[in-house]
Design a binder for this molecule. Structure first.
Ligand code: SAM
Length: 254
């Protein structure tokens, strides 16, 4: 199979960036034609490109992912950028709902002086995050929100988070790649989309030192509710956007 054939098959399967994908799949196959055919068949079968490649592009990094875990979205780089900018020298940052560790890894690359802890409820994501973050001097642990982080209460400088925030009724409207290949728990934000954001903001009010910051991804549709939820926790909220990335983030100070 030539790369030209791969492009044609990807295009026929509806892949919009067929040329780019064919190049990345060929790279992942490492010159092995049987492996190239296997990877192409998985992609044409509807698996997310990132699950097939084994990594997702994020903030200039390649974040390892695997089938069954959430694929970090490029827009979430805004959370990492803001958190890295807000943290004081040698500060403590917690990435709640951290998944495979994308936000924590981007912060660690930008700010090697920080102590960074990522936490998630999904054991598969936590294992991937641990392998990624260990060599960067950061850690990853299994925790339902801040349940396992009680010893950090009142000491954290920045909580960074991209929690699930899709309203339950909108999950069936998501692209098949997300619906069929990412865990519902990584997407489902409850009836109005803010259930996990509220959980993260409540955890932030427990974890943050006075003057510390919560940096929480949201959507344009939810941003007013997310900012109100921060206020409900006694946090003072502002909104940051990166239009080219399509990112909206609530930044809230304790
Ligand atoms: C939208 S994904 C984002 C993951 C990661 N922050 C990223 O940007 O790649 C949401 C993550 O929240 C996790 N999650 C859902 N409910 C949780 C809870 N109660 N406690 C901790 N993590 C949770 C999911 O397992 C998933 O990894």
């Amino acid at each position: 199979m030539t790369e030209h054939d791969a492009v044609a098959r990807l295009r026929a399967a509806g892949c919009v960036f067929a040329e780019d994908e064919a190049g990345l799949l060929a790279e992942a196959a490492g010159g092995d034609p049987a492996e190239a055919e296997r990877l192409l068949a998985r992609r044409i079968g509807g698996e997310p490109l990132e699950h097939v490649l084994g990594w997702a592009a994020f903030a200039g990094l390649r974040i390892p992912v695997a089938p069954g875990v959430f694929v970090p979205r490029r827009r979430t780089a805004l959370v990492a950028r803001l958190a890295a900018a807000l943290a004081p020298r040698d500060g403590l940052v917690v990435d709640l709902c951290g998944g495979t560790g994308a936000i924590a890894a981007a912060i660690a690359h930008a700010r090697p002086d920080l102590r960074i802890v990522a936490a998630d409820v999904d054991p598969a994501a936590v294992a991937l995050a641990a392998a990624l973050l260990g060599p960067l001097g950061a850690s990853s642990l299994l925790s339902d929100l801040d349940e396992a982080l009680g010893d950090l209460a009142g000491t954290v400088d920045v909580v960074a988070s991209c929690p699930p925030y899709v309203p339950t009724a909108e999950i069936p409207l998501m692209p098949r790649e997300a619906r069929d290949h990412e865990p519902t728990r990584a997407l489902d934000g409850g009836a109005d989309g803010t259930a996990l954001q509220r959980g993260v903001l409540a955890a932030s009010s427990r974890l943050l030192r006075p003057g510390g910051w919560a940096v929480v991804e949201t959507s344009e549709a939810l941003v007013t509710l997310t900012a109100q939820a921060a206020g409900d926790e006694g946090l003072e909220a502002t909104v940051e956007r990166d239009e080219p990335l399509g990112a909206t983030v609530v930044v809230a100070r304790r």
